[in-house]
Ligand binder design. Structure first.
Ligand code: NAP
Length: 293
């Protein structure tokens, strides 16, 4: 392996410790504890697990969490009423609506309702719109993209002027991470399922951010020597030696890419742990904003 490993687990732990230290100082000064409200609609096991780990992280960092749960057959009105109630509750600093929502719920309308000052997931159209506009500042940046940039910065990768290829254009990862890289003065190409000759495009990248959900699709030979590779993908690869029958791998073939890249994130232990760490950072930021700091 020639690439330097970017240890997301260690970097996320450092972020969490910094957040916990500031929360402790604020609590000792008598300021209200930051409060995150999570909204779960339905019974998806993965969503319930994500919401529970967010609540656990709040507890570990000295923050409070409120978990709201609506049934799978909840109506649009019920979900919207709940978001309005949380918006109006001065005790709540951050609101996180766990996605995906059940099919009968209009996700866009729900996310539009989250107050901009409580939008710790950064998905409200106002925060995303500000991210897309030159000279405007979002109050919050979506957590996984924020984590990707943070890893690059901590690893000392130069972003300004770097040719960056983002694989994927989803609302939650690809598009916001591309906007964030542009705001940091990178030159960005966004690829998707209609992109022609992906290997040739990727070979131009000083920084590659892969978020397509295709197991180990990016081969080592596609990567520019010395490039920084941030692998957001989480895919289950069958592995009889594991208790669960699979292991997690990314969108990049790690063994091959690590021989060529300058830096690389592992899966698991790369971007994954950053998402909740950045959510905690955003929740603290929400408390600061609302408490006038
Ligand atoms: P998504 O909504 O399914 O979007 C996938 C994107 O990849 C789409 O833009 C799609 O293009 C593009 N794509 C699919 N196949 C492609 C191909 N063969 N060549 C080029 N582009 C292709 O996925 P997502 O929610 O962004 O998630 C992406 C991956 O990141 C998943 O593995 C997910 O589990 C992981 N993830 C990880 C974290 C974390 O915390 N680490 C957080 C979120 C997501 P079109 O737009 O043309 O369809």
């Amino acid at each position: 392996m020639t690439a330097q490993l970017i240890d997301g687990k260690a970097i996320a732990q450092k972020v969490r410790e910094e957040v916990a230290a500031e929360v402790a100082i604020r609590n000792a000064a008598g300021k209200p504890c930051p409060v995150l409200a999570t909204v779960l609609v339905g019974d998806r096991i993965d969503s319930a697990a994500y919401v529970s780990s967010k609540g656990k992280a709040c507890m570990e960092l000295g923050m409070e969490s409120i978990s709201e749960h609506l049934p799978l057959d909840a109506t649009q009105e019920q979900v919207e009423d709940l978001v309005r109630k949380l918006n109006a509750d001065p005790h709540v600093n951050g609101i996180l609506v766990q996605l995906p929502l059940p099919a009968q719920i209009n996700e866009e309308r729900v996310l539009s309702l989250v107050g901009i000052e409580k939008d710790v997931d950064g998905f409200s159209p106002i925060n995303i719109g500000r991210l897309a506009q030159k000279g405007r500042q979002p109050l919050f940046v979506p957590c996984t993209p924020y984590g990707c940039i943070y890893l690059l910065e901590q690893a000392g990768v130069k972003i300004e002027g770097a040719n960056t290829v983002v694989l994927g254009r989803s609302n939650i990862v690809g598009m916001p991470v591309a906007l964030l890289m542009i705001s940091r003065n990178a030159t960005v190409t966004v690829c998707h399922s209609h992109t022609r000759d992906l290997p040739a495009v990727i070979r131009q990248a000083d920084i590659l951010i892969a978020a397509i959900g295709k197991m180990e699709m990016v081969r080592g030979g596609w990567i520019k020597p010395g490039a920084a590779v941030i692998d957001v993908g989480i895919n289950e690869k069958p592995d009889a030696s594991k208790k669960k029958g699979y292991r997690l791998v990314g969108d990049v073939n790690f063994e091959e890419a690590a021989q060529v890249a300058g830096w690389i994130t592992p899966v698991p232990g790369g971007v994954g742990p950053m998402t909740i760490a950045m959510l905690m950072k955003n929740t603290l930021q929400a408390a600061r904003i609302q408490q006038g700091d």
